[in-house]
Design a protein around this ligand. Sequence first.
Ligand code: DHB
Length: 393
Amino acid sequence: MMRRRLWLDAAVAFCGACVLGFAAHAAEPFKIGFILPMTGQQASTGKQIEAAAKLYMAQHGATVSGRKIELIVKDDGGAPDMTKRLAQELVVNDKVDVIAGFGITPAAFAAAPIATQSKTPMVVTAAATSAITERSPYIVRTSFTLPQATVPIADWAAKNGIKTAVTFVADYGPGLDAEKFFISQFKLNGGKVIGEIRTPLKSPDFAPFLQKVADLKPDAVFVFLPSGQGAAFMKQFGERGLDKSGIRLIATGDVTDDDQLAEMGDVALGVVTSHHYSAAHPSAMNKKFVAAFEAANHFRPNFMAVAGYDGMHLIYSALAATGGKGGGDALLAAMKGQVFESPRGQILIDAQTRDIVQDIYIRKVERVPAMGNQLYNVEFDVQKAVKDPGKAK
Ligand code: DHB
């Protein structure tokens, strides 16, 4: 009798330990480490993505399959050395399950080897040079690529009476992608590029470059500048009278960025751009997204915000697919091939390239009476399910 009692006690104690052990495991948070430019020239990118990630958590709860989600946000100031150090610290010290963010291409390049070495999924929610996803098999992207956004505006330009163009891009990865793909597509459609201008990424003064455009007198100038530079560019474009020179301004949507569009004023009216997201996208899901984002933050979401929001969705669904277990390779496998509705429209994570496939809209800046008479990028045409043309075929 006594022996049996002892055995029972032992069994109960053992099971108690089991339950405790399981509870301790279940209570372990799932950590997402965002590395973003919260200060410096690209600070608006960090502000938009952090706000969107927090909104996603507020709307969908902070627990997935029994795991509490912990968001860690680190500021790299847009400096790649800092990005690399922070990625290392997040992986080694904080033991994060996923790294995310990366405001500019050099920052994404700097973190890629850390993702590979530690087998940590790296969700790129901003940087947009085509080659980024090739730098690590652990990279998945929810933003866009410059070739993807550029080819449709080159098509549109050639079909809309523009015969000569000058390219005008920021002199680094995404700008060089935009330049290359605009030139090849515009030429393919019979257009002629009569000048190629590159501006420095850091604190550019656009005046001398705009003078060159005025001198070359193309039918249109095609522009790519990173998020945050559009308003300064537009101001100088107007100050130099280029808006009244007969030279049409066309661009990727980074230039007529929703983050700055309202302050640009009439000089932006009529500018045609191509991009994957406009705050004025007329879907029910986007209307809800924009209303909730503006209520929480008192500013308009831009394309960076939507990529941050979708990045969180991708991570949440991957974690759920592993039943809350996580693990770098299992999460990565669950991210590949995901199809879901985003505020921008339906998106797919291509299982082969780990890059995003999405619709690219052609839009025109208009004052929209039904939306407070503010400036918006109003979509009027679309190329469906565009794959990154920058990937080797
Ligand atoms: C990149 C940064 C941007 O702000 C943008 O609009 C597009 C691309 C980049 O560095 O990859």
